[in-house]
Design a protein around this ligand. Structure first.
Ligand code: GLP
Length: 256
C-alpha cells in the first residue's frame, strides 16, 4: 500500500484527481469503478473542472440502496448524475450503477459482474471507507472473496447515512454492492479517507491484520493500492512519519 498523507481533503482530492486524470489521458477507454458518499465529492469536482474526455470511458458504481427509485435524492444514481456524470461527456450507456429496483436480485448481481469482464475489467477503483471499515457496502464479516450481492446494513452505517434520508429509520436496510472479491480484481485501487471519524477504520485497514471485521483491510492483499488521507484521517497511523518520508522522497520515475 502506498499511503499519501495530505494536509487537507482538498489537497488529497487534488492528488486523487491527478491519478484519475493521468489514467484517462493514457487510456481514453479506461474503465473506472466509482464510489459515492461525501468523501469523493471534491475529487469529482476537480475532475469536472479538468474538462477531460470521457467519451470512451466506462464506469461501474460500487453499490446502491434497494428500494428508493433512481430519482430519489438519496439514491446513488441521483448522487452520481448530480455530482459527476451530467457534467462530463460520458455516454449514458457506458454508466453502470446497481439497480435497486430489480425484481430478481441474484440474477441482476450476476449480470452486473458479467458486464465488468467484457468491458475490459476495472482499471481503477475509487473507494471511500465507512467508519466501521466497510468498502462499497461490504459490512464487517463480509467474505473477503464476496461478489456482487445483496447485503444488510449495520445500524452504524444506517446512522452514518441517515442525513441524506432525513432520519435513521428511513435508511433502507438492504443494498446491492460489489463484493470484496470483485473490488480486488480492479487493476489499481484508490482509497480516499478524510476527517477524524475515519482515523480508526484507516489505522485498522492499513496497519491491522487482514480481517473480515475491517473489510478495507482486504486491500492489503492487492498489489497496487494508493490510500490518500488528510491529516485527521491519518491521526492514528503509527508509521505516519515513515509514509510521509516515502512520499516526499520518491524517485522521479516513481512519481504518480
Ligand atoms: C457509504 C458508501 C461507501 C462510502 C461510505 C462512506 O456507505 N457505500 O462507498 O465509502 O458511505 O461515506 P462518506 O464518504 O460519506 O463518509
Amino acid at each position: 500500500m502506498e499511503i499519501i498523507i495530505q494536509p487537507t481533503a482538498k489537497d488529497g482530492s487534488a492528488v486523487a484527481a491527478g491519478i484519475v486524470a493521468r489514467l484517462l489521458r493514457e487510456k481514453p477507454d479506461a474503465v473506472l469503478g466509482l464510489a459515492t458518499g461525501r468523501t469523493p465529492l471534491l475529487l469529482y469536482r476537480e475532475l469536472v473542472q479538468m474538462k477531460l474526455d470521457w467519451s470512451r470511458v466506462t464506469t461501474f458504481n460500487l453499490d446502491e440502496y434497494v428500494g428508493p427509485p433512481p430519482a430519489h435524492p438519496a439514491s446513488f444514481h441521483c448522487f452520481m448524475w448530480e455530482h459527476l456524470f451530467r457534467h462530463v461527456n460520458v455516454p449514458k450507456e457506458n454508466v453502470h450503477i446497481p439497480d435497486g429496483l430489480t425484481k430478481d436480485v441474484p440474477a441482476f448481481c450476476r449480470q452486473y459482474e458479467d458486464a465488468i469482464r467484457p468491458a475490459g475489467g476495472i482499471d481503477l477503483q475509487v473507494l471511500g471507507i465507512g467508519t466501521d471499515g466497510h468498502i462499497g457496502f461490504n459490512e464487517p464479516t463480509s467474505s473477503l472473496a464476496s461478489r456482487t450481492r445483496l447485503k444488510t446494513l449495520t445500524a452504524q452505517t444506517r446512522s452514518d447515512n441517515a442525513r441524506s434520508f432525513g432520519g435513521d429509520d428511513r435508511v433502507p436496510h438492504h443494498v446491492i454492492t460489489m463484493g470484496i472479491g470483485t473490488i480486488l480484481e480492479a487493476r489499481q485501487i484508490l482509497l480516499l479517507a478524510f476527517g477524524h471519524a475515519k482515523a480508526q477504520a484507516i489505522a485498522a485497514a492499513v496497519e491491522g491484520p487482514v480481517t473480515a471485521m475491517n473489510p478495507a483491510s482486504a486491500l492489503q492483499l492487492h498489489p497496487v493500492v494508493k490510500v490518500v488521507l488528510d491529516e485527521p484521517a491519518a491521526a492514528r497511523l503509527s508509521k505516519a512519519d515513515y509514509y510521509r518520508w516515502v512520499y516526499d522522497n520518491k524517485p522521479d520515475w516513481q512519481i504518480i
